[in-house]
Design a protein around this ligand. Structure first.
Ligand SMILES: Nc1nc2c(ncn2[C@@H]2O[C@H](COP(=O)(O)OP(=O)(O)OP(=O)(O)O)[C@@H](O)[C@H]2O)c(=O)[nH]1
Ligand SMILES: [Mg+2]
Length: 454
């Protein structure tokens, strides 16, 4: 990608099709001059005050549209360059004719994402924020929208910049010891510096943990339904997903395979999986199903644990509870219609703090709407949870691995030079993540995902 900033670019910024308006955008040093070649209003736009609107006509050999021109002057514009945005009539022709006029008047057709690229090159956005623009445009549910807006607002960038600064300090400290080895007592990395590297490493790892969550949000947060045979898992699964997908039968050990369905709750996607009841069994096929249930449990941070409320807690229940530690759990006390004998206090005590309890009758559907609300809360994206797009997760992973190697080397008493090398690699990755230092290739990859006109 040629990173020229000296030419003036133009593109249609709105989606094609019949609509009230279509917007054509011009940005660059000659934006006002180019616009004035085709715009006929009460006065030339070159003399317009910053951030003002002007009515007029776009005119070539003949008039092509009646428009409103919005004038933004550098640096107070999306790209930090002079920008004119023409609001044309919507539909197939007006914007296309307007664009043709602007190109004939000296603008170049913008490449996908080139307006945002310019905002990045002029320092208005870092790379994480620029990616958030694409994420926002592509957001398909409220959670994705919220996450993209948080990143656009710079939340993740600030965190990452803080960590990059701390890493730079650590590099400086380790290297200073190498440079003045005699003065500061040896070239090994002292324990307090190792501890600080390890702490930073831990934070980056935790942040990386959010990456899987980000992917899940686009594809569906995995939620596994577990419990003992016959507790009513399949019945509840069918109720939660709103259709009869899983086989329900009075006989324990009915479900063998994992059955999944995706639902939307408060704008986020959840992929629910019904699984085989967990118990010791001599039946080979059932045992395979139970293995699958365990595997599903491994993949899911969110669990719905279904218990039969009409029976007291059994040792098998306690065994299930032990497997749920560290996960977000919604306990569904099912079969409410049969009379509840289970000890809810004890049930809660078997779980981590923060567990939610729902009361359901999967047979009639009673309590299911509330269970869905509870599920959304249990699975809820915590504030401040970092959601990363693939590139960010990958680059953060590179930084993590480098810091992990640095901690290991330093702990084993490796010379400071070696530790510094690893730290520098981590720094380079964080810089790439933020776009402090990036190759043209990377920019090409990031911005080619954008639509034209953004
Ligand atoms: N009375 C009553 N019966 C229920 C309720 N939920 C499920 N059942 C019944 O309990 C039996 C087992 O239900 P399933 O949904 O197949 O239970 P499961 O947990 O999937 O069982 P496995 O697949 O064998 O592990 C069936 O006869 C259901 O009709 C409920 O809320 N009340
Ligand atoms: Mg079942």
């Amino acid at each position: 990608m040629k990173l020229a900033l000296d030419d003036t670019i133009a593109a249609i910024a709105t989606a094609p099709g019949e609509a009230g308006l279509a917007v054509v955008r011009v940005s660059g040093p000659a934006a006002l001059a180019v616009a004035d070649r085709v715009f006929r209003g009460s006065a030339p736009l070159a003399g317009a005050a910053p951030s003002t609107l002007h009515h007029g006509w776009l005119t070539g050999a003949e008039r092509v549209d009646e428009v409103v021109a919005a004038v933004f002057r550098a640096p107070r514009s999306y790209t930090r360059e002079d920008v004119v945005e023409f609001s044309c009539h919507g539909g197939a022709m007006p914007a296309r004719s307007a664009l043709a006029l602007l190109l004939a008047a000296g603008a170049r057709l913008a490449r996908p994402g080139e307006f945002t690229l310019r905002a990045f090159l002029h320092g208005r956005l870092d790379l994480v924020q620029a990616e958030a623009v694409a994420e926002l445009i592509g957001a398909r549910n409220e959670s994705m929208q919220r996450a993209a807006l948080a990143r656009l607002g710079g939340q993740l960038s600030r965190e990452l910049r803080g960590r990059l600064e701390r890493l730079a300090d650590l590099v400086a400290e380790v290297e200073a010891r190498v440079d003045f080895a005699e003065d500061v007592g040896g070239i090994e990395v002292p324990a307090d510096v190792i501890a600080r590297i390890a702490a930073l490493y831990g934070e980056l790892r935790a942040q990386l943990g959010g990456a899987a969550w980000g992917r899940a949000m686009r594809e569906g947060v995995p939620v596994v339904i577990v419990g003992q045979p016959n507790a009513g898992k399949s019945s509840l699964f069918n109720r939660l997903v709103g259709e009869d997908r899983a086989i329900v039968a009075a006989q324990p050990g009915t479900t063998r395979d994992r059955v999944s369905a995706t639902i939307e709750l408060h704008g986020a996607l959840f992929t629910l999986s019904d699984t085989a009841g967990l118990r010791e069994t001599a039946d080979g096929v059932e045992a395979l199903g139970i293995e699958r249930a365990h595997a599903a449990l491994e993949d899911s941070r969110v669990v719905v644990w279904v218990v039969d409320g009409s029976r007291p807690i059994s040792d098998d229940d306690r065994a299930v509870a032990a497997r749920l530690r560290g996960r977000r759990v919604l306990v569904a006390i099912n079969k409410q219609d049969l009379g509840v004998v289970i000890d809810e206090q004890e049930l809660r005590a078997l779980c981590d703090e923060g567990v939610r309890v729902a009361r359901t009758c999967a047979r009639s559907g009673a309590g299911v709407p509330q269970a869905l609300e509870d599920l959304a809360l249990v699975a809820g994206f915590e504030q401040g949870e970092t959601l990363l797009v693939e590139r960010q997760a990958h680059t953060l992973g590179v930084a993590c691995d480098a810091l992990e190697r640095a901690v290991r080397a330093a702990s084993e008493g490796a010379p400071g030079e070696i530790v510094a090398l690893e730290l520098r690699e981590g720094m380079a990755a964080l810089e790439e993540l933020l776009g402090v230092r990036v190759s043209d290739d990377l920019l090409e990859r990031v911005f080619s995902r954008f639509c034209i006109g953004k």
